[in-house]
Design a protein around this ligand. Structure first.
Ligand code: FAD
Length: 331
């Protein structure tokens, strides 16, 4: 059920088997599995995550058209099987040793701060891509996620043999050009002048014929979400057919900080069932080390939910057919 104000008091007394932070691709998959294992599950979703932003979902079978379709279908399925759902922002998680206490900001205006309880926690809150910071961010949102891509694995194919602007946030990210060239050799590398580029990298780009442009971007050109050029602050322009932003990302994991989970860089480390270094916390999808793809996040949800079910099931008494114990059935 979708939780509203009037349900909060009762639901704070419920000990859920699992609370899932994030109702994106991974969280929804875990929710459907947990609900179909007849476990009590609550999904908490703040809205407008990476799945929501995905205009076109590629490389996933069956071919769902967009991230919004995936979210809507997954949420309907989880609710149909009995999961609880709260639109809210998880601010803090405390581990008492027995259970997790999950503090949520519910409603932007007239906010309430309910605390929900669960034996297991699934961190499925994903990441968000860094975008070029222009004076007019509406101009960026007009194209980002359409033909101004953020994911080479997802959208490399869409860039095949197209004139592409690769927008980078660090010298390391310039190396993306030498992967992108599997799909297209027509690459402009744009740094915005945000960092110095080494002589060795300049020579490597020149040897491949990829222009390096270090002027800040003024705006993206185009219409109807179709970017077709870039204008720089000096008024000059380049014509392109597509773009790729490679500026890194921000992890949605502030609520986990006090729990001291093991990481590799910024990525959470997990075992093969998506269990983190805490035995009752699982991490899925983009938040953990691995490929940032819907198919991976969905599979992670399957693994984490199944690991949790195994533990809950093994700790529970086996169910017996009591009537037959009293009077054995005549068969
Ligand atoms: P998400 O889907 O991002 O879900 C995390 C959820 O957690 C979000 O809904 C967010 O709102 C919520 N959340 C975050 N913090 C909190 C909090 N504190 N409290 C409550 N909720 C919270 N992948 C493909 O396989 N194919 C594609 O074609 C493809 N195209 C893409 C296009 C774009 C523009 C982008 C941005 C990504 C694309 N991806 C694609 C990647 C794909 O979106 C991610 O790999 C996938 O969504 C990861 O799933 P996830 O569950 O880990 O995270």
């Amino acid at each position: 059920m979708i939780l509203k104000s009037e349900h909060l008091a009762e639901k704070q007394n419920t000990l859920y088997d699992a609370i899932i932070v994030g109702g994106g691709a991974g969280g929804l998959s875990a929710a459907v599995y947990l609900a179909r294992y007849n476990l009590k599950v609550l999904v908490i979703e703040k809205g407008r995550g990476r799945s929501f932003w995905m205009q076109q979902l590629w490389n996933f079978i069956p071919n769902v058209v967009s991230g919004k379709d995936l979210l809507e279908g997954g949420r309907r399925m989880a609710l149909d099987y009995g999961a609880d759902w709260l639109n809210g922002f998880v601010e803090e998680v405390t581990d008492t040793g027995e259970e997790f206490q999950v503090r949520v900001k519910y409603r932007r205006k007239n906010s309430e701060y309910p605390v929900f309880r669960a034996r297991y926690l699934i961190a499925a809150s994903g990441i968000m891509d860094r975008l070029p910071q222009l004076a007019d961010m509406h101009n960026v949102y007009e194209y980002a996620g359409y033909n101004l891509h953020v994911c080479l694995i997802c959208d490399g194919y869409e860039m095949t043999d197209k004139r592409t602007a690769l927008i980078v946030g660090s010298e390391g990210a310039i190396n993306t050009a030498f992967v992108l060239n599997w799909f297209t050799p027509y690459i402009y590398v744009l740094t915005g002048g945000a960092f110095p580029v080494s002589e060795a990298m300049r020579e490597k780009l020149a040897a491949h014929g990829y222009p390096l442009i270090e002027k800040p971007i003024a705006r993206f050109l185009g219409e109807n979400h179709e970017m077709n050029g870039i204008e720089f602050v000096d008024g000059s322009q380049i014509a392109v057919e597509t773009g790729l932003i490679s500026m890194g990302s921000v992890r949605h994991s502030a609520y986990l900080e006090s729990l001291g989970l093991k990481k590799d860089g910024e990525d959470l480390l997990t075992d093969e069932m998506c269990r983190t270094s805490h035995p009752r916390i699982f991490a899925l999808g983009d938040l953990k080390k691995g490929l940032n793809q819907v198919s991976v996040a969905v599979a992670d949800g399957t693994l984490a939910a199944t690991a949790i079910w195994r533990e809950v099931r093994r700790a529970a008494p086996t169910r017996k057919w009591e009537e037959n114990l009293q009077t054995p059935a005549a068969v």
